[in-house]
Each structure stands twice: as structure tokens, then as C-alpha cells.
Design a protein around this ligand. Structure first.
Ligand code: HSE
Length: 432
């Protein structure tokens, strides 16, 4: 181990440039904290001429990130290219095979190839660090892996995508449409290059796979996650939620159940009084239910250059100190295979919004179909319809805890009865 830690950074977008800036401005404190000087020795990005507002004089430029990853001139490779294949995967593999440690913010790469990469790191006694991959500046990876090592975790859930939380918050507070809020999120640079990753719940799922592995000692398995996005959430749902004492959030939830670790991403009604309901805008939050600490919620910036760079630099500092934790808390061979817990078995409360045809007996028939499946109703509200003739009226039901299978069967029967005019809206309720 040389006295100086020589860092190579591939990808000089907002986060990459912020990492260079932090390493330069915090150089003195980082050296004092880690006992070593940390220098940027090489960088790689697509456009050499672009002004990134950072001083790269004296830093060697590599056109090829793989050449940087293998270079004898660096000890640690920082991957900020993004994407689960291509240059990101090839360069991380090349760095690990060359015996170098890696820090990355790449949740998609980890969700898909995290186990192979962790195995490579283990066999080469290198670090694979990824604090920045989940919830940006919130140190949730270290919290789960080191901070809560003495706990048994029952559930971890959170707002893991700033774009979705920004959209839902603005829709609710400013009465704006989904489309208006999405284009604003894109303009502000919160959304992924393809915003489907955000609004479809896939970005949250990548992050949840990492959290579930750390919390429950299971292998990352994005296929085990049930995923629904926020594209069908309407202002009507946000208003109804508020009236009922809830707020709608896109949550990633991993939970121990008798059937295995349930992993799910979906729009969720959370009680207005819960810490997570207070989290608005692009901010992220993660709540952990653990036996010794009870409940812990971490709130902070989930995206943005400096916040994400803060997490990357924390990993660089750990590596400078010589810390080589098992990436997912256990050696890869000790991680259990995640048993998939089908959503049909999910138990909880449900919000259901129906566009009911306004004829005698419709409300009674809806309630009967629910009762036939053993579903107990916590509330049932029917409003006047918007159509001039009141031919269709909104009916909002909230159930006590039941199973997803019961809800789906009851709704199938209600649809078959011909009592409703549109596809039912179903939002699961997550209680504290
Ligand atoms: N698109 C992501 C988000 C960026 O909105 O949270 C951080 O992963």
C-alpha cells in the first residue's frame, strides 16, 4: 500500500466533477482522517474539451475507461459511468481483476451483477464499495452493514427515488398534472436518462435489491421484486389520501415474512403522521425496523452532484484506511437465496377507488363482494360524480388488513358484475 492513494475516476458528469472537487477541497481533512494523501491520478470521460468547473491540470486523461481501470498509476477505480453493461461493467471487472479496489454509484450494475463483482473483489482481496448507489447522500449502506450489525431487521422501506417523490409532492401541493411535474423533474436533472426507470419503479427496485441483501443476508435478485410505478396515480388519489389521513409515496419495501423476504416497489399510502410522509420533493428517506433500535429513519438528499459525491468520497476514505468489508455484509457464498414471496400473499390494508355506475344496489353489491372474500371495510365513501348526469360516481374503500389475493378476487367479481365503469385503482397501505 503506497502512502498516497491514487484515484482514477471514470465518468465526469455532475457526480464525477463533484467527486474531483470534494477530493481537492477536502484534501487536508481527508489526509488527517485517513492518514494518507488522496490524489486524483487519472480520469476518463467522453468529451475531453468540456469545461467541468474543476481543475484537472496534472491529471492524466484516459480515452478508454478500461485502460484507466487497469493502469499501474492508480490504486482505486471510481466508476461513475452508469448503466448495467458496456463500459461500466467492463471497467469495474477490469479494475477488480487487476487487484484494485472499486467505488461505484451504479445501482443498476450492482442489482444485475453485484454478486459476481463481489466475488471478484473477494478473490482479489479488494474493496467493492457502493454507498452512493442507494439514496444518494444518506449513509444507509454503512448503517445497515456496520451500524446495525447487532440487530435483527424485520423491515426496511423507503423513498428511494427523488424524481418520483418530487412528482408526487408537486402534484399534491400545487395541483399539477403528472406530465407537468415529470417534465419539470427532467428539466431539473433529477430523472434518469430514460425517465421510465424512475416513474416505472425500476430505479427504486435496483436500490431495494441492494438494501434487501444488506438487511437480510440474501443474494441480490431483482427478479424477486414486484414492481409498480407511479404512472397511474391521479390527483383524485392524492386528494382522497389526504382526506383519509394518508399521503401517497413510491416506496421500496423489503420485509421478513413467514414465506420469505417480500420485496416490493409500489405507490403506497403512508399515515400522514409517519416520518416518511413528511419527506417531500427530491429528498429520500429510509426507515429500518430492527429489534434493538426499534425504528430508525434517515432522511436526506437522494440525488445531486455534491450529495452523491459525499457518499463516494466516504467510500474512498474507507478504502484509504484499508477497510475491506464484505460488500453485502457476508461473504458471497454465505448469502442465502432470496425466497420469492408472491404478492398474492401480501397482507395489509388497501385503498380502492372505483368509478361506480350510479344505479340502485351498486354500493351494496360492492360491499357484499368484499364481505364474501372476508374483507372488513375500515371506511367507505361515495361522492357525487363529475358527470352532469351523475351516471358514474367515485367510491373509495379502505380495508382493514387482508390479503392481496382476497382483494383481487373481490375486484374481479365486482368488475364481472358490471358495477364499475373504469379499471379499479388499488393502492396498498403501509402502516408504521
Ligand atoms: N434518478 C434518481 C432519482 C437519481 O430520481 O432518485 C438518483 O439515483
Amino acid at each position: 500500500m503506497s502512502e498516497v492513494l491514487r484515484v482514477g475516476i471514470a465518468g465526469l458528469g455532475t457526480v464525477g466533477a463533484a467527486v474531483v472537487r470534494l477530493l481537492q477541497t477536502q484534501a487536508g481533512d481527508l489526509a488527517a482522517r485517513t492518514g494518507r494523501s488522496i490524489v486524483v491520478a487519472g480520469v476518463s470521460a467522453r468529451d475531453r474539451k468540456r469545461d467541468r468547473g474543476v481543475d484537472l491540470s496534472g491529471v492524466e486523461w484516459f480515452d478508454d475507461p478500461i485502460a484507466l481501470a487497469r493502469s499501474e498509476k492508480i490504486d482505486l477505480f471510481v466508476e461513475l459511468i452508469g448503466g448495467d453493461e458496456g463500459g461500466a461493467r467492463a471497467s469495474v471487472e477490469a479494475a477488480l481483476k487487476a487487484g484494485k479496489s472499486v467505488a461505484t454509484a451504479n445501482k443498476a450494475l450492482l442489482a444485475k451483477h453485484g454478486l459476481e463483482l463481489a466475488r471478484l473483489a473477494e478473490s482479489h482481496h479488494s474493496a467493492l464499495a457502493f454507498e452512493a448507489s442507494v439514496a444518494g447522500g444518506i449513509p444507509i449502506v454503512k448503517t445497515l452493514r456496520e451500524g446495525l450489525a447487532g440487530n435483527s431487521i424485520a423491515r426496511v422501506y423507503g423513498i428511494l427515488n427523488g424524481t418520483c417523490n418530487y412528482i408526487l409532492s408537486r402534484m399534491e401541493l400545487e395541483e399539477l398534472s403528472f406530465a407537468e411535474c415529470l417534465s419539470e423533474a427532467q428539466r431539473l436533472g433529477y430523472a434518469e436518462a430514460d425517465p421510465t426507470f424512475d416513474i416505472g419503479g425500476f430505479d427504486t427496485a435496483h436500490k431495494l435489491a441492494i438494501l434487501a441483501s444488506l438487511a437480510f443476508g440474501v443474494k441480490l435478485d431483482a427478479e424477486a421484486i414486484s414492481i409498480e410505478g407511479i404512472q397511474d396515480i391521479s390527483l383524485a388519489d392524492l386528494h382522497a389520501a389526504r382526506e383519509l389521513g394518508y399521503r401517497v409515496k413510491l416506496l421500496g419495501v423489503a420485509q421478513r415474512t413467514p414465506h420469505g423476504v417480500e420485496q416490493r416497489v409500489h405507490p403506497t399510502m403512508v399515515p400522514l403522521s409517519s416520518p416518511i410522509a413528511q419527506v417531500m420533493g427530491v429528498t429520500n428517506a429510509v426507515t429500518v425496523d430492527a429489534d434493538a433500535v426499534n425504528e430508525l429513519t434517515l432522511v436526506g438528499p437522494g440525488a445531486g452532484g455534491m450529495a452523491t459525491a459525499s457518499a463516494v468520497v466516504a467510500d474512498i476514505a474507507d478504502i484509504a484506511r484499508g477497510i475491506r468489508s464484505a460488500p453485502f455484509g457476508l461473504p458471497v457464498d454465505h448469502l442465502a437465496t432470496a425466497q420469492k414471496s408472491p404478492m398474492q400473499r401480501h397482507e395489509g390494508g388497501y385503498y380502492i377507488r372505483l368509478a361506480a355506475r350510479n344505479h340502485i344496489g351498486a354500493a351494496a353489491a360492492i360491499a357484499t363482494r368484499m364481505a364474501e372474500r372476508g374483507i372488513s371495510l375500515e371506511s367507505i365513501v361515495q361522492r357525487r360524480g363529475c358527470a352532469a348526469d351523475d351516471s358514474v360516481v367515485p367510491v373509495v374503500l379502505v380495508t382493514y388488513a387482508t390479503t392481496e389475493a382476497s382483494v383481487r378476487e373481490a375486484l374481479a367479481a365486482i368488475v364481472a358484475d358490471g358495477h364499475i365503469a373504469e379499471k379499479p385503482q388499488v393502492i396498498r397501505i403501509e402502516r408504521e
